[in-house]
Design a protein around this ligand. Structure first.
Ligand SMILES: NC(=O)c1ccc[n+]([C@@H]2O[C@H](COP(=O)([O-])OP(=O)(O)OC[C@H]3O[C@@H](n4cnc5c(N)ncnc54)[C@H](OP(=O)(O)O)[C@@H]3O)[C@@H](O)[C@H]2O)c1
Length: 241
């Protein structure tokens, strides 16, 4: 057992997840770096360990129940609890399709990762989070999944309004966040949606205006907010649902 907080981040071998891993490890957390690919996960964890940080690769494909269960069993055996779960892994398969031409198979893949994957990982980790003094679940979402954005004809992000799979998967994630927050309201576990801001990563062809490091710092800060059932904004305060 350790007094350090134990944090699991899914999809943490690159981008915002990797930056969040670095940020949490720098502030003294033991970070379990989840990644679906063994080589990419090992390399990412080794690179952060090389900075003197306590970061360990955990094989975890959020669409593969066997890897999720194995990860939970490892965390149980090694630490006996989990303090922070960051559901970060996500994909998009929208481009170059118009919504009306998006193959359902592409939509299904996105939902398997961005929606069902979050539920599968959360349910597997909840028994471990219940053993924490103050468990935290952060679902990495996007303002693109809010009805506030989808109904705002004047939004500067209007060009991203047609991402049927990605945006609707984040809308589902936002609903899932509220539903878990309600179920866990009487526990020591908080559940929030968090937003890294528009970061330059592979997900968006590096069109974002913030760095992944800034996104990771935003999420690390949002994890310290003493609230539950909120969608926390990268600029402070909350994002309208
Ligand atoms: N970038 C932004 O501007 C922005 C804005 C708002 C919200 N977000 C959210 O931030 C999160 C991270 O996005 P990002 O921009 O950092 O994207 P990214 O660079 O594409 O990273 C996505 C990560 O998810 C992993 N992943 C994909 N499918 C997986 C699966 N089935 N199991 C486990 N890991 C899987 C990827 O692993 P591989 O390397 O193996 O593919 C990668 O590590 C996402 O939830 C995204 O929606 C991003």
């Amino acid at each position: 057992m350790t007094n350090q907080h134990i944090a699991l981040i899914t999809g943490a071998n690159k981008g915002v997840g990797y930056a969040t891993a670095r940020e949490l490890a720098r502030t003294g957390h033991v970070v379990l770096l989840g990644a679906r690919n063994h080589e990419r996960g090992t390399e990412a964890a080794a690179s952060l360990s090389g900075e003197g940080l306590d970061v360990r690769f955990v094989p975890l494909d959020v669409t593969d129940l066997a890897t999720i269960e194995a990860a939970a069993a490892y965390i149980d055996a090694e630490f006996g609890r989990l303090d922070i779960l960051v559901n970060n892994a996500a994909i998009t398969h929208d481009r170059p399709h118009k919504p009306s031409e998006l193959p359902v198979a592409a939509l299904r893949k996105v939902y398997e990762t961005n929606v069902l994957g979050v539920v599968a990982v959360t349910n597997a980790m909840l028994p471990l989070l219940r053993r924490s003094q103050a468990g935290r679940i952060a679902n990495v979402s996007s303002g693109l999944g809010t009805f506030a954005f989808l109904t705002d004809a004047d939004s500067p992000f209007r060009e991203y309004g047609q991402l049927l799979g990605y945006n609707s998967s984040k809308a589902a994630l936002n609903a899932i966040t509220l539903i878990y927050a309600a179920e866990l309201a009487d526990t020591r576990i908080s559940v929030n949606a968090v937003s890294p801001g528009f970061c330059a990563t592979d997900l968006n062809g590096h069109r974002g205006v913030l760095s992944a490091a800034e996104g990771g710092a935003n999420i690390a800060r949002q994890l310290t907010e003493p609230v539950t059932g909120a969608f926390l904004s990268e600029t402070g305060g909350t994002v309208p649902w």
